[in-house]
Design a protein around this ligand. Structure first.
Ligand code: KAW
Ligand code: ZN
Length: 644
């Protein structure tokens, strides 16, 4: 999260220069003006971050009101800066860098709403939606006493560890009943106001404005092509997991049906790592390591988890966290009764190297990886801190999401876990490798259709293709189409299941995670090469490689100053996104899954998709012959018969 705020003195300076007349083409003067903007805006954004932080770490009427006030002040500042930039400067003939800066400060988001009442309403709706989501609970009566469960850690833990079909459904239904219905009318109003703002900014709708961060005209088509390349691997994983869930839950899991959504150990079925025990390829072999018990045994706490992550970064020659990070971050849920926004986030206060994380950390391996994810955001902040404010951002939003995950790919290898004392021994065994790759696939491959579909839904909501009378129906159509899952209970349009995923009420674009899950494997492969790794990609650990660290650092330091293909080139030598590194990483598992699914005569896919038979990897030619031979023989016999 980077801040955005207002200060009256700041506006005064930048307005003072605003004189009526023809916009100037004097680039030296324009650069000086931009520098002054940079200093003033840092203060404005600092104020905004401070008010947002106060609300996020203590949800009350007062902090909410303050947050809304500061938000509106910031919008005013942003709007006036953009107006002055346009009035004062004609940057069309200036250098690439100056143009990029002016383009950035005149693309002003929701501040573009002209009508102040509407802007206030939009700001209030966003704040209300966040509050509804963050304070939602599921309550039940136990021994005559009401027991209310928070999302983190209560509901996440129940879903992760529960194996009782009906209890899991109670949690799954309860969460959706708690947050969804009241968010629905707010979201509908939000869509209309947000579109109005996007149109005032020159975009067709909010979705178009979001996609513009990627600076590529073919963005949607590029993603579709990548998704198609990855789909066979997902279908094979899905079919294999479906068979295993059938073994656990019986006929409630149909062998050719979409899978009931509440059985994956995760509220949104987006990552399936928590059901590894149910699907482990070789249960008597090591490899699919969940080090949670070891972390508990070693008395890990949140601070220790963050220190482990910091140490990985410094081992690459990257920066340590400033003292203020440790003093000001909130890394556990407060126990003093405060309501907080628990969903993890990383904050750049825009000034004084004040970077913080807010996370309700639980001592689990899953959260250890989330810690690395959030620390990746902070490391990006640290590395681009010397860039002007305008360029303090990811090369594209997917890059920002990928940094910590790249490190986590190394951290999760058995070799590394042993090195940091979280694993007693490492066994060299191909079966253990398959166990390990399965555990990783449950996190990375299972996520791909989810990461892809969320904004398919939102883009179509913003462009009006999906109307409010179809919000839930279309959501489930996409969930079934892409993920091959179905709801365990009847859904209708009084509910609002999309609202029960943080990023919808929080209005955070989601395609960035799909992009991240693809590019992080490109980065991983490039850094492994730099670190001199030999052997299969999934065994690489870049720990202590300053050569890899230097490569990563060079890319991070560019921030948003260049279009992302330049940043991609700096780290990988390639200029585009490609699925090939990800496919290479999982190749041994892909072969294994294909073989397994062939042995089980699995039918890949589900009702809403075109059926495909599992292909025998070794004998697909023989099999093709087997299926076509009888037909050919029949045709031959018929031909001979008619000839006679
Ligand atoms: C995921 C990603 C990596 C590893 C494991 C994962 N599991 C799930 C995901 C995807 C996604 C999710 O939970 O569905 N992950 C997150 O949302 C992590 C939170 C975040 O670090 O991405 C956070 C989201 C956020 C954005 C805006 C306001 C509040 C929360 N993003 C940031 O904090 C952030 C910071 C700087 C720049 C860009 C984003
Ligand atoms: Zn993130």
């Amino acid at each position: 999260m980077s801040g955005q705020t207002t200060s009256v003195s700041a506006i005064l300076f930048l307005l003072a220069v605003s004189v009526a007349g023809t916009p100037s083409t004097d680039e030296t003067a324009a650069i000086a003006w931009l520098e002054r903007y940079n200093t003033e805006a840092q203060d404005v954004y600092y104020r905004r971050s401070t008010a947002f932080w106060a609300y996020n770490t203590n949800i009350t009427d007062e902090t909410q009101q303050r947050q809304v006030e500061v938000s509106l002040e910031t919008s005013q500042f942003i709007k006036e800066i953009a107006q002055n930039a346009t009035a004062l400067w004609d940057w069309s003939g200036m250098s690439f860098d100056t143009k990029r800066k002016f383009d950035s400060i005149t693309n002003i988001g929701s501040a573009a709403l002209q009508d102040q009442t509407k802007l206030e309403r939009l700001t209030n709706i966003q704040s209300d939606m966040r509050r509804i989501y963050s304070t939602a609970k599921v309550c039940e009566t136990v021994d005559g006493q009401e027991n209310c469960m928070d999302f983190e850690p209560d509901l996440t833990r129940e879903l992760a560890t529960g194996r009782d079909y009906d209890r899991l459904q109670f949690i799954w239904d309860g969460w959706r009943a708690s947050a969804g219905p009241s968010l629905r009318p707010l979201y509908q109003e939000f869509v209309s106001l947000s579109n109005e703002a996007a149109q005032a900014n020159g975009y067709a709708d909010t979705g178009a404005s979001w996609r513009s961060s990627y600076e590529v005209d073919t963005f949607e088509q590029d993603l579709e092509n990548i998704y198609e390349e990855l789909k066979p691997l997902y279908l094979n994983l899905h079919a294999y997991v479906r068979r295993k869930l059938r073994e656990t839950y019986g006929t409630r899991v149909g062998l050719t049906d979409p899978i009931p959504a509440h059985l994956f150990g995760n509220m949104w079925s987006q990552q399936w790592n928590n059901i590894f025990d149910l699907v482990e390829p070789y249960p008597n072999k090591p490899g699919g390591i969940d080090v949670t018990p070891k972390m508990v045994e070693l008395n890990y706490n949140a601070t220790h988890m963050f220190r482990v992550s910091e140490e990985f970064f410094t081992s690459l020659g990257l920066g340590a966290m400033p003292d203020t990070f440790w003093e000001r971050s909130m890394i556990v849920r407060p126990t003093d009764g405060r309501e907080v926004v628990c969903y993890a986030s990383a904050w750049d206060f825009s000034r004084d190297r004040d970077f913080r994380i807010k996370q309700c950390t639980d001592v689990t391996m899953e959260d250890l990886l989330t810690v690395h994810h959030e620390m990746g955001h902070i490391q990006y902040f640290i590395q681009y801190a010397d860039q002007p404010l305008i360029y303090r951002g990811g090369a594209n939003p997917g890059f920002h999401e990928a940094v910590g995950d790249v490190l986590a790919l190394s951290v999760a290898t058995p070799k590394h876990l042993k090195q940091i004392g979280l694993l007693d021994e490492v066994t060299e065994d191909p079966d253990a490798d398959i166990n390990f790759l399965m555990a990783t696939a449950l996190e990375k491959i299972a996520f791909l259709p989810f990461g892809y579909l969320i904004d398919q839904w939102r883009w179509r909501v913003f462009d009006g293709t999906i109307g409010s009378d179809n919000y839930n129906a279309e959501w489930w159509r996409l969930r079934t189409k892409y993920q091959g899952i179905k709801p365990p209970s009847t859904r209708d349009e009084t509910l609002f299941d999309p609202g029960c995923k943080f990023h919808i009420p929080n209005n955070t674009p989601y395609i960035r995670y799909f992009v991240s899950f693809v590019v992080q494997f490109q980065f991983h492969e490039a850094l492994c090469k730099e670190a001199g790794h030999t052997g299969p990609l999934h065994t690489c650990d870049i720990y202590r490689s300053t050569a890899a660290g230097d490569k990563l650092k060079a890319m991070l330091q560019m921030g948003e100053s260049q279009p992302w293909p330049d940043a991609m080139e700096a780290i990988t030598g390639q200029r585009s996104m490609t699925a090939s590194s990800l496919l290479k990483y999982f190749q041994p598992l892909t072969d294994w899954l294909k073989q397994k699914n062939w042995e089980n005569r699995e039918r890949l896919g589900w009702d809403a998709e075109t059926w495909q038979d599992a292909k025998d990897p070794a004998t697909s030619f023989a099999r093709a012959l087997r299926t076509t031979l009888p037909v050919m023989l029949l045709a031959l016999m018929a031909a001979m018969f008619f000839r006679c």
